[in-house]
Design a protein. Structure first.
Lengths: 350, 397
């Protein structure tokens, strides 16, 4: 029994954290936030150089062939840094869907591209494919304007559609979290023949979706932990009534309550990632339960810790709102807590 | 991550199962479904405790010369045993202030003759203890206590009053914090003294609690004489000894092994009432499940820290706060699911599970307050866990 990170996992966490602290500081995050598109073009290549894009990709394709535990470590650190990247989509969902595709040169090339941080492939679940045509609008697609290709999933089958194919219209949507934006993607009657059929299976899709949810939960946990950290630091510095505000119980208890809720989420995350790696049956209720619980706790955490800053917490200048919005995005995407609790209940109390 | 418990523990699992089979006549079930006539309940609990001690499942790590099984501390073995008991729905035995708090303190600070005399009957459920800590003027600020002992020859003469003393009428013995050196500092003048409850001059008056039980008491001391040798540790060392005991109280009150059986009982009620199909109740249940599961794996993380002899930091400080609140919230859901039946209490016609849900709903609130209130726990988490500054002392008037 050793419930926790192994030494190599701790080293991975520390190296990702070091890279993010040095190269993806909050100023860089703010530059992406303040830009027109929200894009940080260089980050994908840098994540590739760090091996972060290929954690779930086989070694012979340039990845490190690790598991969900390592992917969750990366996601948590990216959340802690509010890094402008949709890790759950580009580097968890996409490679795992592709891993379940038919083997062949094409699949290998795609995974190699992802591992290097060269290709950005955006999955679209339950894509509007009907009667041999791709036709309809898909909402809330991450990374759409700069995706190289869309990986369309329908009933477990995968079709890769190059983003440059005529008939794809991409309209960015205004989003609350400026570090990760979404778009509306409209496919205008594209012949399915224009996409490459890659096989795939419902079972592999199900596992990939669980994994993406675990990654979003980890991201939310990282954001909540960072929010707590900066608010505790502030509470140790700021004085009012000639006292450090952290000595007031009203402030201290906010921090204590948030820690008491947030800290156990780490253990549920590790256990769920481990269950995914071990292909345990439990994953069908654990993944939705984890995402529901982690993002619910994270929402409460950032709501409470923002208040530690008083009026400063409501300003654009204070970093707290970045983590507040980060947790909000993680909460809403791929199933909100209420919907996921219902999903978990259907499995647990069938 | 390695969540596996090695196969070397398989034989232990077998051993536990054979123990259940061999002691089937005495098994006490865990969870809300056990209750009934109080003296019969007590007889069965004590009998089961003796079987557990003889089988090596209670007092497992207590040396044999003190009546225990003398096993080396092995958190994994303890976990395996807990799992087996939980799976079988069997009680892990008595958890009280004597067994869970006093015995580990005595092992650490006691003299050999004290260990010889007191540990064996305590772990076998034959010697019940109460804790004399709080006083009317000393609750969260415990070190301000005023009950005093004055040395007269080779005896201490004790005068004063304790309050919130659980189980004082049933207890044979008390361990108490008493001011033995009036002139020493607030913390330095306290000693940790044990005394038989039938000593002349002790007057116990029950305090009725909101559960309808008189589980609390006031204990008055009027010229109570006890041998000076009844001090555990050195005279004046009482604050250190007493806070050592409190650490075990936090652990005891924070244990989650009852939690899962209560969740299972709650699910049973939801199924019986058909409310398991109500999205509103399901949502409440799943919110609890998220917290229960998170705390369950949190405990494994703390266990790993113990195995690696690593400090858990803030992670260890949150357990009492979280689990007491969680137990309360589980009972609240079960009672809501009972609708009007939820107003009944023990002894009533139509009551479910001997009224255990209603009793525990209130008792859990007592535990949120007891053993260091939730608010004191938050101070401890904020100060020791997060490094926030203490509240400044008020300026002298």
């Amino acid at each position: 029994m050793d419930f926790g990170l192994t030494q190599p996992q701790e080293l991975l966490r520390d190296s990702i954290a070091r890279f993010l602290a040095q190269d993806v500081g909050i100023e860089r995050v703010r530059r992406a936030m303040d830009s027109e598109s929200g894009r940080d073009e260089a980050i994908h290549g840098q994540l590739g150089d760090q091996g972060i894009t290929g954690l779930l990709i086989d070694m012979d394709l340039g990845g490190s062939e690790l598991g969900m535990q390592e992917a969750a470590i990366a996601a948590q650190e990216l959340g802690r840094a509010a890094a402008p990247v949709n890790f759950h989509s580009a580097y968890v969902l996409a490679p795992l869907l592709l891993a379940g595709a038919d083997a062949g040169d094409r699949r290998s090339a795609l995974l190699e591209g992802i591992a290097e941080g060269r290709s950005l492939i955006t999955p679209i679940l339950d894509a509007p494919i009907d009667d041999g045509r791709i036709d309809g609008a898909v909402l809330y697609v991450p990374d759409a304007p700069w995706s190289d290709a869309f990986l369309l999933e329908s009933g477990g089958s995968l079709h890769l559609l190059d983003a440059s194919i005529p008939g794809i219209d991409i309209e960015p949507l205004e989003t609350v979290d400026d570090t990760r934006r979404v778009a509306e993607v409209t496919f205008s009657g594209i012949d399915l023949g224009a996409a490459e059929s890659l096989g795939g299976s419902a079972d592999s899709t199900r596992r990939a979706v669980h994994a993406a949810r675990i990654a979003l939960a980890a991201d939310a946990l990282g954001a909540a932990q960072k929010g707590l950290h900066i608010s505790v630091e502030y509470a140790k510095e700021r004085k009012q009534f000639e006292r450090i505000i952290g000595s007031f119980q009203a402030v201290k208890h906010i921090c204590a309550e948030v820690l008491a809720e947030v800290d156990p989420v780490q253990s549920l995350l590790w256990h769920t990632a481990d269950a995914w790696d071990g292909e345990s049956d439990e994953i069908d209720h654990l993944a939705p339960l984890l995402k529901a619980h982690a993002t619910e706790v994270a929402s409460t955490a950032v709501t409470m810790t923002t208040q530690v800053f008083g009026g400063m917490g409501f300003t654009h200048e204070c970093d707290m709102h970045i983590f507040y919005k980060r947790a909000g995005y993680d909460r809403q995407m791929m199933g909100n807590p209420t919907a996921l609790r219902e999903q978990a209940a259907a499995v647990m109390y069938a | 991550m390695d969540t596996l418990i090695g196969s070397e523990y398989d034989s232990l699992r077998e051993e536990v199962r054979s123990f259940f089979a061999a002691n089937e006549d005495a098994v006490v079930p865990a969870g809300p479904g056990f209750g009934g006539d109080a003296s019969e309940v007590r007889r069965r609990v004590v009998e089961w405790q003796k079987r557990l001690v003889d089988g090596g499942y209670a007092g497992r790590e207590i040396p044999q010369r003190y009546g225990g099984a003398g096993h080396e501390p092995d958190p994994l073995a303890s976990l395996v045993i807990e799992e087996e008991f939980q799976d079988a729905g069997v009680s892990l035995g008595m958890e009280n202030q004597g067994i869970s708090m006093f015995v580990p303190t005595l092992l650490h600070f006691g003299r050999e003759d004290q260990k010889q005399d007191l540990i064996r009957p305590t772990i076998r459920g034959e010697m019940i203890w109460c804790q004399g800590y709080s006083e009317p003027g000393s609750g969260s600020d415990l070190a301000s206590l005023r009950t005093s002992a004055v040395l007269d020859g080779d005896e201490y003469v004790i005068n004063g009053q304790k309050i919130w003393t659980s189980g004082a009428r049933e207890a044979e013995m008390m361990f108490a914090l008493i001011r033995t050196e009036a002139d020493a500092g607030k913390h330095a003048g306290i000693s940790y003294i044990v005394l038989p409850m039938d000593t002349p001059g002790i007057d116990v008056r029950p305090l009725m609690t909101m559960t309808g039980d008189a589980s609390f008491n006031e204990v008055f001391f009027t010229d109570v004489r006890v041998p000076a040798t009844n001090v555990i540790g050195r005279p004046g060392q009482g604050w250190e000894v007493g806070t050592y005991t409190l650490r075990f109280e936090r652990n005891m009150l924070g244990r989650s092994n009852a939690t899962e059986s209560y969740v299972a009982g709650c699910v049973d009620i939801l199924r019986e009432t058909g409310l398991i199909d109500s999205p509103v109740y399901r949502d409440r249940l799943l919110k609890l499940e998220g917290r229960v599961q998170a705390m369950k794996y949190h405990q494994l993380r703390l266990l790993t820290d113990r195995l690696k002899k690593r400090d858990s930091g803030a992670g260890g400080l949150i357990v009492k706060l979280n689990n007491c609140q969680l137990n309360y919230d589980i009972c609240a859901l079960a009672i809501d699911a009972m609708a009007e039946r939820g107003v009944l209490k023990r002894g009533s016609k139509h009551v479910r599970d001997y009224g255990n849900w209603q009793r525990n709903y209130m008792y859990a609130l007592g535990l949120i307050i007891g053993g260091g209130t939730a608010q004191i726990q938050k101070n401890i988490i904020g100060e020791r866990g997060l490094g926030l500054p203490r509240e400044p002392k008020p300026a002298a008037a």
